[in-house]
Design a protein around this ligand. Structure first.
Ligand SMILES: Nc1ncnc2c1ncn2[C@@H]1O[C@H](COP(=O)(O)OP(=O)(O)OP(=O)(O)O)[C@@H](O)[C@H]1O
Length: 666
């Protein structure tokens, strides 16, 4: 039998297109060829189960990948179903190309867009991305089948002749082109196989044909019939000369003679054929989950907890999602969700399938039903894919709300780590938000974790329907202390995500006011002032306002004079809630050329009428130190609220020194 022919294809030469298309992930041919081998073996296993084929006793299913840097080749050998000459003709010469044609037809207008996920559908022909010439030697499992040899040099021509393969299965050999020689390097091959084939269902063995043979030494009783003994190592018995009871010297054996074997190094598969996600959740131990996490994500910090997804109906989906230990601001978080299709790795973080906020997690998802031979934009609009995504979201929300209800202690323990993720989820996904809403908790000044409802309940006497929050512990320490002294409560909202999240909370809780702790001085800190007193104070208030504006050279400075209960407080800065949020928004979107002043006055200088220094200034407007005291009061208020500009800081330090000199001289 010898057959020559042109590949069934309309396009003049498909290979340049394949090369161009698949350029971004050249290494993918490894996945395609190994998974074809896996499929071939899986098919044969099925035939065996159906009684259509009898497996020889000593046959072990496996895929071998042999790199040969001298020959510049890579060989893929499987002992699967094999192909008859008709099948090669049909699947390789015709079908594959019709698949490729469909592919081209669909995407010819988008040739420059990175739109294809797995480039599925090109399968075997992806070999031509890296090879000038490819040969196939195959023998079908069928009785009386004849071996076939096929080769093609990447043009549109192929040649098919009788082959000499003696065992059932398929051997595919790639003669690499000059640009792709990296792929016959053993280490590169290992890297790529680990990337794509780590969990494929058939054992994969990688060997380097050019490497020196490697050996290992085993104990005598460890020898199996698969080992090739190179040498028997005999260790003689150890003896010692000792005296016996009669004072005579005798030789005694302290350890017996041993025999060990030097054997050819036992091959170790590069993959784990039965990944943990395939096991039933009831059968997995905590140690297994943690070990799997370490192995797959190379993260040696333990995950907090995990969710084992296991669904058969209405679609097939398995996977494990881990909540990693974070405790850092959400914008520097990065998770990885690895997507598999029947244990074949597809890609990381495919956002069409996995909701965006879940990308902060680490995990694996295996979904054999995914339609992967379509473009990403098609996936986006696919109702089925949406269902998968909804299912995953629901499972995650269920886990969290379940934990909140039945294991609140741990939930609170994890909260600092998981809250950015949950908040991000609330902002991104309405359904998730709805489910999780009642399980949102906030850390208060005492370090207790409260829901909004609990917060409101605890504080209903002191500030009804308002929740105070801290955005910066350091900058707002003065307010925090005042709140603590007055027995008031506030919650910590100090992460970047909390800024947009407050907006979300307001939307969800329309009757509740959310106020930053420094936004306005709560009435609780103030003495009650009668209308008459106010009248009486008015002249002083005007005088203080005028004085500070003049001394500070700020014509429009907002000054408020309050009778604060705590006499020790002299001056403070407050920032109105709106302007603070505006400033934060500008910071977030980093709007150039805009600053707070564009939105009118933002800060208010609050002076405490009950404070002695303020009274001193009021009564000594012309005093020789009055200007310095005013400036100092303003700077101190700003300092306890945040920081000073470098220029202002320099002046503040100089003035502080001068003031101390005055004290020293007094
Ligand atoms: N190692 C092999 N052993 C037996 N048959 C094979 C082997 N490789 C390929 N084939 C046959 O050739 C066909 C075409 O292979 P190809 O990789 O191009 O596409 P596919 O595997 O069908 O689809 P895809 O790779 O897109 O999932 C296969 O369906 C299979 O019948």
């Amino acid at each position: 039998m010898a057959k020559k022919g042109s590949l069934t294809i309309n396009s003049e030469n498909i290979f340049p297109i394949i090369k161009k298309w698949l350029y971004s992930d050249h290494d993918i041919f490894y996945r395609e060829l190994v998974s074809n081998g896996c499929d071939a073996i899986t098919k044969l296993k099925k035939l065996e189960i159906m009684g259509e084929w009898q497996k020889p006793e000593d046959l072990e299913f496996k895929i071998q990948v042999i790199t040969d840097p001298n020959e510049k080749t890579i060989t893929f050998i499987d002992n699967g179903i094999g192909m008859t000459v008709e099948e090669v003709d049909q699947y390789i010469n015709q079908i594959a190309f019709s698949g490729a044609q469909d592919f081209l037809e669909k995407y010819k207008d988008k040739a420059n867009e990175e739109q294809i996920i797995g480039h599925f559908g090109l399968g075997f022909y992806s070999a031509f991305m890296v090879a000038d010439k490819v040969t196939i030697d195959t023998l079908s499992y069928k009785d009386g089948a004849k071996p076939v040899h096929w080769e093609s040099d990447g043009g549109t021509e192929f040649e098919m002749v009788d082959g000499d393969k003696a065992e059932q299965g398929t051997t595919i050999k790639l003669y690499l082109n000059e640009e792709s020689l990296e792929f016959c390097n053993e280490y590169r091959a290992k890297e790529v196989l680990e990337k794509y084939c780590s969990f494929m269902p058939v054992e994969i063995y990688l060997t380097n044909a050019a490497a020196e043979p490697q050996f290992e030494t085993i104990e005598k009783d460890e020898l199996t019939d698969k080992d090739t003994v190179i040498e028997t190592i005999v260790e003689e018995a150890k003896t010692e000369e000792k005296e016996n009871e009669n004072g005579e010297k005798v030789v005694v054996e302290i350890s017996p003679a041993t025999e060990k074997y030097k054997i050819a190094k036992r091959p170790v598969p590069v993959n784990d054929t039965n990944p943990l996600w395939n096991k039933h959740p009831n059968e997995c131990t905590e140690e297994e989950y943690k070990g799997f996490y370490r192995k797959v994500f190379h993260d040696y910090k333990e995950p907090l907890f995990w969710i084992h997804l296991n669904m058969d109906y209405p679609f097939n989906l398995k996977g494990i999602l881990y909540f990693p230990k974070l405790n850092i601001n959400y914008d520097s978080l990065e998770g990885t969700i690895k997507l598999f299709n029947s244990q074949v790795f597809i890609a990381d973080n495919i956002k069409e399938v996995i909701p965006e906020f879940l990308m902060l997690l680490k995990g694996v998802i295996d979904c054999p039903d995914l339609p992967l031979n379509v473009s990403r934009s098609a996936l986006q609009n696919d109702g089925f894919v949406k269902k998968i995504s909804d299912y995953i979201t629901k499972k995650v929300a269920d886990k969290l709300t379940g934990m909140f209800k039945t294991d609140r202690e741990n939930y609170e323990k994890y909260w600092d780590d998981i809250n950015p993720f949950i908040k991000f989820g609330c902002l991104k996904d309405e359904k998730f938000a709805e489910k999780i809403n009642d399980s949102l908790i906030f850390k208060n000044l005492e370090g207790k974790y409260l829901t909004i409802a609990e917060c409101l309940e605890e504080n209903k006497e002191k500030h009804e329907n308002s929740v105070f929050y801290i955005t910066d512990e350091k900058e707002q320490s003065q307010y925090v202390n005042m709140f603590k002294e007055a027995g008031l409560d506030a919650v910590y909202m100090t992460q970047n995500i909390d800024n947009p999240f407050v907006g979300y909370l307001e939307q969800k809780n329309e009757n509740v006011k959310f106020l930053c702790i420094n936004s306005d001085l709560s009435d609780i800190f103030k003495e009650e002032v009668s209308e008459e007193d106010k009248e009486a104070m008015k002249a002083d208030v005007d005088a203080l306002t005028e004085l500070f504006r003049k001394v500070l050279g700020k014509e429009t400075l907002d000054v408020k004079v309050e009778k604060l209960k705590n006499e020790a407080v002299s001056s403070m800065i407050t920032v109105s809630e709106e302007s603070r949020r505006m400033a934060e928004m500008m910071k977030m979107y980093s709007m150039p050329g805009m600053d707070n002043s564009m939105f009118g006055s933002t800060e208010t200088l609050v002076l405490n009428y009950n404070n002695k220094l303020v009274q001193y200034v009021l009564n000594h407007k012309e005093g020789s130190h009055t200007n310095a005291i005013c400036e100092q009061l303003y700077d101190l208020a700003a300092l306890s609220h945040g920081s000073l500009t470098p220029e202002r800081m320099t002046k503040f330090i100089a003035r502080s020194n001068e003031l101390m000199m005055v004290m020293a001289e007094a």
